[in-house]
Write a protein that binds this ligand. Structure first.
Ligand code: UDP
Length: 241
């Protein structure tokens, strides 16, 4: 098992294909599996919050979500195989779920978005059994929602609540050993439902997805300031070691 530490967050250095093979084998064995796709924002949040860092590092798998993490690992001279984004993994899981007639619980995003997610799955993936489609603006506490999810006995759980809540929710399910593949997917339901467009391939290939998002959604600017900060912290940590 090869881990690569970036600001004390311990990533699994696997290619997309390697991750997929590991996940398939865990699915076959019905193993409870908590996957975190960590971007620079999550790493910076972990840096400031020891509890969140412990939670993230306690996941079964941590993938490098975003070019920022890849750059950080290069600066530390511990290059990673490839970027494995939440959305790419989510899309792959949906295809697998269709092949296996899996039961999925979707939780997160706005009511109209989650409704569109359920509708798209029903139309395009007739073999998937949606055992839950709950929006992310619930009033109950996470424990109550976790109990609700467990009662539905899903094979996969996707939580789009934003961090750290989506990871906290999945952590409860993982502690309870729910035999499912579970992953926080951030804004993926917005993209999957067509509410938000993903960057055109040309931006994705040039690793300029962040730039496209900035152009189309300038209010994200403040959140993006975390990127240069993250790179600065990585350089500082390299000097220390
Ligand atoms: N969200 C939610 N409940 C909340 C706050 C946010 O369900 O209380 C959803 C939001 O609608 C969006 C998702 O969480 O679909 C993630 O949002 P964000 O754009 O912050 O995600 P990221 O940039 O991390 O992918």
């Amino acid at each position: 098992m090869s881990k690569i530490s970036v600001l004390d967050v311990k990533f699994d250095n696997y290619s997309m294909r390697e991750f997929q093979n590991l996940f398939l084998s865990r699915m076959n064995n019905k193993q409870s599996t908590f996957i975190v796709t960590a971007n620079p924002e999550i790493v910076m949040a972990a840096k400031d919050n020891p509890d969140f860092k412990e939670l993230v590092n306690g996941a079964d798998f941590l993938t490098a979500d975003g070019i920022g993490i890849i750059k950080g690992a290069n600066i530390l001279k511990t290059p990673m195989k490839e970027r494995v984004t939440g959305y790419d993994l989510f899309s792959w899981f949906i295809e697998i779920a269709e092949k296996r007639s899996s039961k999925i619980f979707f939780v997160g995003a706005k009511p109209e978005v989650i409704a569109k997610v359920a509708q798209k799955v029903a139309e395009k993936y007739p073999h998937i059994q949606v055992v839950g489609a709950k929006d992310g603006y619930f009033k109950e506490d996470l424990q109550t929602v976790a109990t609700e999810i467990e009662a539905a006995e899903p094979d996969m759980v996707f939580a789009a609540l934003g961090y750290p809540r989506q990871e906290e929710l999945i952590n409860i399910l993982r502690q309870d050993n729910l035999p499912a593949m579970m992953m926080g997917v951030g804004g993926s339901f917005d993209v999957f439902s067509g509410t938000v467009k993903r960057a055109p391939m040309i931006f994705q290939k040039a690793h300029l997805e962040w730039f496209y998002r900035l152009l189309t959604n300038p209010t994200r600017f403040k959140r993006m300031l975390v990127l240069p900060k993250f790179i600065g912290e990585v350089k500082k940590s390299r000097k220390k070691n």
